[in-house]
Design a protein around this ligand. Structure first.
Ligand SMILES: *Cc1c(COP(=O)(O)O)cnc(C)c1O
Length: 422
């Protein structure tokens, strides 16, 4: 017998759950791509995408995934041989840097490991040393989906400015957009991008690159923006097909229209962030209780210890020995699909089995989050993993609004735990 029959939940950090109404909006015959409703509908996406990124500057749409956005952002802002600084808090920084190197851009990694925040002061220090202004961009992954560490983009911008350095600040918002607060203009981010398959709840296939006027000026010295990647014609297309340099991703656009209606026009972007924040708070409160089991090792542990740098979109979890077993148990017995661990130990190391991730991006409600948590709770019991009690009570208190903010409760639990062990 398995309890996995019936509705299933996908809790991986992308692709995320596609709402039925987004799927329905895509279920239609091919439209005319020369005249008719598709044209106006496409124009209407641009201001809404800008709202999601909180920018009044430029938005472009590429047919592609996050890797395409990595390449698009770099191609329009760099010349071959440029140097970029890549603060690293997980494997997605490695991925972006690899793309840069493949394009002839030199990369300098600033590695902060897999458990700690990027240190804005260290970034500022490196920029101060760069008196010749050789570094042309700082490439920051906003939320690294492997470690689930969130970067403080605003603080990093402040350090770049304090160093008097002209480098662009570029942000990979693939995991964070539509989940974690993102204020591109206010925070001084010059280039930001995301795909549609995470917070934006649409099947993988289109990506968005946002850029401001400073970044537009970098385009003038770039020699990497070939025909397809050039963002200029896409930003101000003289004819419709220039939005995409060819046939548009017609059905994705209809799906995206529906998801943007949900995000921008029905719920509102600030409320979307707040919902994700509360649900992530419930999840983190539950984990704080599970972590508090009074035995050494062997239990679950959130990868990120500092609540201030946890993400609303994804949570990386350490569970030595049992991480993969728990993930499989939830899938086979509960119909809950959790994400695999990524990049926490070298690929192929048996310790790899001791990690998993919970994706909580996009189409996630109080009810679905509580189901996810209760399933994990059951899994810990089924596998005999040591865990503290009261996780569901703690999560309930957060969604019911009767708990202190999770950051407080986590700090308190840690103080209690260290007080006990010390
Ligand atoms: C998902 C993700 C990517 C890669 O996106 P693909 O669509 O798989 O190419 C890049 N960066 C971050 C932070 C991501 O979460």
């Amino acid at each position: 017998m398995s309890l996995a029959h019936g509705p299933k939940t996908l809790a991986i950090p992308g692709p995320s759950i596609i709402p039925d109404r987004v799927l329905r909006a895509m279920h239609r015959p091919s439209p005319n791509i020369y005249v008719g409703p598709l044209i106006d509908m496409t124009h209407s996406l641009i201001p809404d995408l800008k709202t999601v990124a909180q920018t009044e500057h430029n938005a472009t749409i590429y047919i592609g995934n996050g890797h395409a956005a990595w390449e698009a952002a770099l191609a329009n802002t760099h010349a071959k041989g440029d140097l970029v600084l890549v603060p690293r808090t997980g494997t997605f920084a490695d991925g972006w840097a690899e793309v840069a190197r493949s394009m002839g851009i030199r990369t300098e990694m600033l590695d902060f490991g897999n458990r700690h925040a990027m240190d804005p002061a260290a970034i500022g220090q490196r920029l101060r040393e760069d008196t010749e202004h050789e570094i042309k961009s700082v490439l920051c992954v906003h939320v690294d989906t492997s470690s689930s560490i969130k970067a403080d983009l605003k603080a990093i911008r402040a350090e770049i400015d304090a160093a008097g350095h002209p480098a662009l600040l570029q942000a990979d918002c693939m995991a964070s957009l539509g989940c974690d607060e993102m204020r591109m203009d206010e925070w001084g981010v010059d280039v930001a991008f995301a795909g549609c398959q995470k917070g934006l709840m649409t099947p993988a296939g289109v990506a968005f690159v946002f850029y401001n006027d400073r970044a537009a000026r970098s385009r003038e010295r770039s020699d990497l923006a070939t025909f397809y990647w050039d963002w200029k014609p896409r930003t101000t297309p003289d004819v419709y097909f220039r939005y995409f340099q060819g046939t548009g991703p017609t059905h994705h656009l209809f799906g995206l229209r529906e998801s943007l209606d949900m995000i921008v026009h029905e719920e509102g972007i600030e409320n979307v962030w707040a919902r994700h924040g509360t649900l992530a708070g419930a999840l983190h409160a539950a984990f704080a209780r599970w972590e508090d089991h009074g035995t050494n090792g062997a239990g679950v542990e959130m990868n990120v210890r500092d609540p201030a740098i946890r993400s609303n979109a994804v949570t990386a979890v350490r569970l030595p020995e049992n991480g993969t077993k728990l993930r499989m148990w939830c899938e086979d017995e509960m119909g809950l699909t959790l994400g695999i661990g990524l990049g926490m130990v070298p690929h192929g190391d048996p310790a790899e089995l001791g990690f998993f991730r919970v994706g909580h991006m996009g189409h996630v409600s109080g009810h679905s989050m509580m189901g996810t948590l209760a399933s994990i709770d059951a899994g810990l019991k089924a596998l005999g993993v040591p865990h503290g009690s009261g996780a569901m009570d703690a999560a309930s208190a957060v969604v019911a609004g009767t708990a202190h903010p999770v950051s407080d409760s986590c700090v308190t639990l840690h103080q209690v735990a260290s007080g006990l062990s010390g």
